[in-house]
Design a protein around this ligand. Structure first.
Ligand SMILES: [Zn+2]
Length: 352
């Protein structure tokens, strides 16, 4: 016999009984550019390529009308060369690879010189932008042992130079607000954090506050007006779109991608649609879904274009990983979709 008092939270997997329409959106309103994806080896557990079969990937991208994918995994040196050989050089126009700098160099005595040398080497080799990951501002320390915030003068000098070299900077700062909150019965991302304890930054002895990370992110963008920035994951703050709106308003060099934030945007679909429409020239389509998949592109098109209500943002998961809720479509108008899917990315990437 089922005893409800013995049911554990992680075993509770309610199935929605809502009967509603589902719109199939197999291709986007216009050929799109995925500004945020991972096609390298950096994030794979076995050291292999994220997608082993490049011709198979291209066939899927053709079917889903994805014109270009930005690969954020170029790293530097020989790894950058390997990514460029396999993607950008083998399939011109279809892939654009960004480099990543080794910010652990901040702990060396001549950090700025070393980072600038690496940046310039990456540019020479053919990197088309710079990806900065969240550990800058959360964990990298300098030679004195002090945490280096994103707006540190050494970082400003390096990323200011990226602008002079014509390289846009896609920067992931912070993480969902709940990751900085106490890990307790009130935490809205408890399911996810239980499986990924490394993602919890609520220990104030070790990590800065969410607000401080976001403030440093904003000051960095404002300190480098000649550098084009893309704030990954809706600028790291999809739960507070008005904070993102303030930086977009203050900094004409700032843009955001929507990668990995369907769950956050889709639980506030009217506010999110108004935000994207208001900043239609500065919001970029990206998925952060790796390995890139046919189903996920379709789901993203449905999310941006349809007015479907209360659907799963992670249809394969028994428990929604980014919070126990569903999403509703943004039903964006076609002029906004054209900019978000393609035109803004072409501008940021300097594509014709
Ligand atoms: Zn990513």
């Amino acid at each position: 016999m089922f005893a409800i008092e013995e049911l554990r939270l992680r075993e509770w997997k309610p199935r929605s009984q809502l009967r509603t329409s589902s719109t199939d959106v197999p291709t986007p309103a216009i050929e799109c550019i995925d500004i945020h994806n991972h096609l390298g080896r950096w994030l794979s557990e076995d050291g292999g390529w994220s997608v082993a079969d490049v011709p198979g990937l291209l066939a899927m991208l053709d079917e889903r009308h994805v014109e270009t994918v930005v690969n954020l995994d170029g790293m530097a040196g020989a790894e950058l060369e390997a990514n460029l050989d396999r993607l950008d050089r083998a399939h011109p126009g279809r892939f654009v690879t960004f480099c990543q700098l080794d910010w652990s160099l901040l702990a060396s005595p001549d950090a700025v010189h070393a980072l600038l040398a690496q940046l310039e080497d990456c540019a020479r080799r053919g990197a088309r932008g710079v990806k900065v990951w969240k550990n800058l501002g959360l964990s990298y320390r300098d030679a004195s042992g002090a945490l280096v915030p994103a707006d540190d003068s050494r970082v400003v000098e390096v990323l200011g130079r990226a602008g002079e070299l014509g390289l846009p900077v896609l920067i992931h700062s912070a993480d969902p607000i709940a990751f900085f909150e106490p890990l307790d019965a009130y935490n809205e991302r408890l399911d996810e954090l239980a499986g990924q304890p490394d993602w919890w930054f609520g220990d104030r002895e070790r990590y800065p506050r969410f607000e401080d990370v976001m403030d440093a992110h904003a000051r960095l963008v404002l300190a480098c007006p000649g550098t084009t920035f893309v704030g990954a994951h809706v600028g790291g703050c999809a739960e507070d779109l008005e904070r993102v709106a303030r930086l977009l308003t203050a900094a004409p060099n700032y843009h955001v991608d929507i990668a990995g934030r369907m769950a956050e945007l889709g639980r506030q679909p009217r506010h999110a649609a108004a935000f994207v429409t208001r900043f239609a020239d500065r919001v970029l389509f990206g998925t952060d879904i790796y390995p890139a998949s046919d189903e996920q592109y379709r789901l993203h098109y449905r999310f941006l274009e349809s007015a479907d209500e209360a659907f799963d943002y992670a249809p394969d998961a028994e428990i929604p990983p980014q919070g126990r809720w569903t999403v509703s479509g943004l039903a964006l108008p076609s002029d906004v979709l054209t900019k978000v899917y393609r035109d803004n990315a072409r501008t940021v990437l300097g594509l014709g």
